[in-house]
Design a protein around this ligand. Structure first.
Ligand code: AMP
Length: 354
């Protein structure tokens, strides 16, 4: 167990790192951010910052010398860099969690191996392989890059076979998977946290609404169909965390279909669909992640309100800040980002109700 006053290194400098650093500060820990960006929402609230590329071995070694433990808020840091860091200082979660979560194909194989159901899918590593995948999976389908996809990026829909050329070009001819289109009633996520001792807590599942591939809202309680599928989804997510030896928050996203939950993807980190836990739960995802990383016991995830809604402020939505700040029911979180580009997550608002 690391004592308060110790320093947590965080790989990544976005809003997730910012909220982790704020939670760590409340518990008396310092955070040191490692990120390549000049302007970083996390660096604004942290005790120290290293600005360097994740692949910069010298910078990583120097960083390791200044921290007591490391974690990450961005899962696409190269596994080699994480292994290099792990040779010098404990890193939670470990490289194995990243390896699986970075690659849509590895992720799907891993979850299927554990008995979870996913969309029908096939690997695609060439234009010819895309035709074979279409024959296998059927249409409509979505072509997704295996790596570096988020918020709907690196994806192209294929409605008829005539779309195949354009889709292959659109994703930059990269190694991909083709996923059959899932007819779902809702999307929801399981957010859990696993401690170093293997103890786990999970939060009640929110229903997630996406617009243009980006999360718009997460709300509780989820509809009855989702609540009825939560137990099965939570059991699968817990098995995933266990088998990965994961430490910290793990998020698994699911489609709620008529015939049960289908796993979509996982993130080995705190997640946008868990931001409501800051006000809505006895312990937030950020607090429990920090606790797991430093080896403290985890706190309960009980809800503190009957109704909870988190709304993302995307792009120009943030221009409404004067109105939101004046609304006594709105708990406003702004990430300190400069320019409100379209699709950019600028902040979020949580509302609790009876
Ligand atoms: P992802 O990056 O995989 O989470 O995809 C972004 C969003 O696209 C999801 O949250 C869904 O709304 C939608 N989506 C992704 N995959 C599928 C699928 N196989 N079938 C239907 N919708 C999907």
């Amino acid at each position: 167990m690391l004592a308060p006053g110790s320093t947590i290194g965080i790989l990544g400098g976005g809003q997730l790192g910012r909220m982790l650093a704020l939670a760590a500060a409340e518990l008396g820990y310092r955070c040191h951010i490692f990120a390549p960006e000049v302007d970083s929402p996390a660096a604004d609230v942290a005790a120290a910052v290293t600005r360097a590329d994740y692949g910069d071995a010298d910078a990583l070694a120097e960083f390791a010398g200044k921290i007591d433990v490391a974690t990450l808020e961005w899962e696409n840091v190269a596994c080699d860099a994480v292994r290099q860091l792990a040779a010098m200082v404990p890193v939670h979660p470990g490289a194995h969690s990243l390896e699986v979560a970075q690659d849509r194909m590895a992720e799907k194989q891993f979850v299927e191996w554990l008995g979870g159901r996913t969309a029908a899918w096939a690997g695609v590593d060439s234009r010819e392989a895309l035709d074979a995948a279409i024959a296998q999976v059927g249409l409509p389908a979505i072509l997704k890059t295996r790596r570096f996809g988020y918020d709907g990026k690196g994806q192209a829909r294929i409605i008829t076979a005539a779309d195949a050329d354009a889709a292959w070009e659109a994703i930059g001819q990269q190694p991909a998977i083709l996923e059959g289109f899932v007819t779902f009633a809702h999307e929801f996520s399981v957010i859990l946290c696993r401690g170093q001792d293997g103890a786990m807590v999970d939060w009640p599942v929110p229903v997630n609404l996406h617009k243009g591939g980006i999360l718009a809202t997460s709300s509780l309680p989820a509809p009855a169909l989702v609540r009825g599928q939560a137990e099965e989804a939570v059991a699968l997510a817990r098995t995933v965390a266990e088998k990965l030896g994961h430490v910290g928050v793990l998020t698994c996203e699911f489609f709620a279909c008529k015939d049960g939950p289908r796993f979509n993807e996982m993130a080995p980190r705190v997640h946008n669909s868990g931001h409501w836990t800051i006000e809505g739960s006895a312990a937030s995802q950020f607090e429990n992640h920090v606790r797991a990383v430093v080896g403290l016991p985890l706190r309960p995830t009980t809800l503190v309100a009957n109704r909870i809604e988190m709304t993302n402020l995307i792009g120009d939505d943030v221009a409404d800040w004067p109105k939101l700040m004046a609304d006594p029911t709105a708990r406003v979180h702004l990430y300190g980002k400069g320019e409100a580009r379209p699709g950019r997550k600028m902040g979020h608002v949580t509302r609790l109700g009876k």
